[in-house]
Design a protein. Structure first.
Length: 547
């Protein structure tokens, strides 16, 4: 989980059709704008470059006002206006089909009425294939457009030939000029047959294009689903898997979904399962909440947890510098609450570090802490029997390891988390970890043997001596000399007094000043869809989720 502003759901409920309708609205704008550009270009060329085709005539000059590039321009402008006036995405297909149909009629009318002896398929093919490529609708729309073109070719030529003498005169003159034996009616029928044949071919081919793209979009949509969760984007990646921003398809609840790496080994899989199980047993409000768990069709594990918007302590200090002591205490006390519950259940986190302490907003409360990632957590009374812990392997982050974890001697209990938290506190008020070295081995040796420098000698801000004493006590090499429980540490922090204590109001002011958090989600426009209610498990390829 990284800093990210929630912009709200991108679809109304997350069904495939809803997603396509919203996408279609944007694509229709593109199609209509492209059509305007083509029509304007064509009209300009017609004005300055007269056609040299001897078959191009205007036998119906008194009706010429109903054709030409300007008619296309007007229809497309109307289409754009309807898109912007009717922001209801459920109407987008009706608007698109109506406007494209009008332009199909105009293209065929212009060809049959004013260019009767010329095979004018360019405009028709452009309309059919642009709509197939850009608008994410079902192929039935393309078939309907092709059918409309067929009907227009069948009706328009025959009607014009029967009603207007000048139209019959044109074909008679054209028959004499061609020097063949065919009469005017035969030539007109032949041209109509070619028009119908071309429309069938173009309509069928464009429908095939539409079907192919529609199927690909549907496959891509299904590949972004895990159970009832719609995957939106990757927001993190680690050794144990990927984390994605997702939404519940029924409730639109922002969710973080963690997916175990598809190629993970059995040990990593066991740790991932343990993270799920241990995290799910914890209910403290400052511990990340697990919503759901499941498997992909490839049998990879995933679980859904609450989505957090904000900053972890590592990023916060790197970006804004050391944290004021009173604010650091405000944050540390919340971490203590989370650890106190875990320790009461004989669960040791073992990887408390700045990046695993996330500062966010919950219910309008700012600087709200969430403790993340129980992936290395150990249940003292049961972990040895599980076979997951291996002799000779050091678990945790070298910068914040407790000495007993490094040495691997004796039972590692909650006091190791107290040491880790002391390192986090050191980082918060100084902007530096307790020890820095060129290699991990040197860091481990420092944790075992080297006393840390007092934070007041390192930090650029003033640190009260009482807080410094608490941090150094947490970082004592001997577990017996540290605070023995997270509750004891919380009490010590609570006993500190400051001239200007950190308050919720100050926290809100800080977040507003830096503009990190977006607006809190309000009403959701989700609807219950049959696809979501059925609980159908969609195929997913984990390797493709980050594309």
């Amino acid at each position: 989980m990284i800093e990210r502003a929630i912009s709200g759901p991108t679809t109304a409920g997350g069904s495939f059709e809803d997603e396509q309708q919203e996408f279609a609205w944007k694509r229709c704008r593109l199609l209509f704008l492209a059509g305007l550009a083509v029509a304007a270009l064509g009209g300009t060329i017609n004005v300055f470059v007269p056609s040299g085709d001897p078959g191009v005539v205007s036998p119906l000059t008194r009706f010429e006002w109903a054709s030409g590039a300007w008619a296309h321009v007007v229809s497309l402008i109307i289409g754009l206006g309807l898109l912007y006036l009717r922001r209801d995405h459920s109407k987008v297909y009706s608007i698109a089909f109506g406007i494209v149909s009008i332009n199909v009629v105009l293209v065929i009318y212009n060809g049959v009425a004013f260019h009767p002896a010329t095979e004018t398929y360019f405009g028709l093919s452009l309309l059919l294939f642009l709509s197939a490529a850009l608008i994410p609708w079902r192929p039935a729309f393309q078939i309907s457009l092709g059918a409309l073109a067929v009907v227009m070719f069948l009706l328009l030529g025959g009607v014009l030939y029967a009603v207007f003498p000048e139209y019959r005169s044109f074909w008679a003159e054209y028959a004499r000029a061609s020097g063949g034996t065919a009469n005017a009616a035969d030539l007109m029928r032949s041209q109509t047959i070619w028009g119908v044949t071309g429309s069938v071919i173009l309509g069928g081919t464009s429908a095939l294009v539409s079907q192919t793209l529609y199927s690909l979009r549907k496959t891509a949509h299904r590949a972004k689903r895990l159970g009832k969760y719609l995957i939106r984007e990757e927001i993190g990646k680690g050794g144990m898997g990927q984390v994605f921003f997702a939404q519940h398809s029924l409730m639109c609840r922002p969710t973080a979904v963690k997916v175990m790496a598809a190629d993970g080994d059995s040990i990593a899989l066991a740790r991932f399962e343990r993270e799920i199980k241990l995290s799910a047993t914890l209910t403290h409000p400052n511990t990340i909440t697990i919503y759901d768990v499941g498997r992909t069709p490839e049998r990879s594990l995933y679980y859904a947890m609450e989505y957090l918007e904000g900053l972890d302590l590592e990023v916060m200090v790197e970006r804004f510098g050391p944290i004021r002591p009173e604010r650091a205490v405000f944050i540390l006390k919340q971490v203590c609450g989370s650890l106190a519950e875990a320790h009461s259940r004989d669960i040791v986190h073992r990887d408390i570090k700045p990046s695993n302490i996330f500062v966010t907003r919950r219910g309008g409360i700012y600087d709200y802490v969430k403790v993340l990632d129980f992936g290395l957590a150990k249940q003292i009374t049961a972990d040895t029997a599980s076979g997951i812990t291996q002799t000779g392997i050091v678990f945790g982050t070298p910068r914040y390891l407790a000495p007993e974890t490094v040495l691997g001697s004796g039972e590692v209990d909650g006091r190791a988390d107290i040491y880790n938290l002391g390192g986090v506190a050191y980082w918060m008020v100084t902007g530096q970890p307790p020890f820095e070295a060129a290699s991990s081995v040197e860091l481990l040796v420092d944790h075992v043997k080297t006393p840390p420098r007092p934070p007041s000698e390192v930090s650029e801000i003033s640190i009260p001596s009482e807080l410094e004493a608490i941090i150094l006590k947490c970082l004592d090499k001997k577990p017996d000399d540290r605070f023995q429980t997270a509750t004891e540490l919380e009490d010590a922090l609570d006993a500190l007094s400051f001239a200007e204590p950190w308050t919720k109001k100050l926290a809100e002011k800080w977040w507003d000043l830096h503009g990190i958090l977006g607006d809190e989600p309000h009403d959701c426009d989700c609807f219950f869809h049959e696809e979501a209610v059925s609980g159908e498990e969609r195929p997913v390829v984990v390797a493709d989720l980050s594309n």
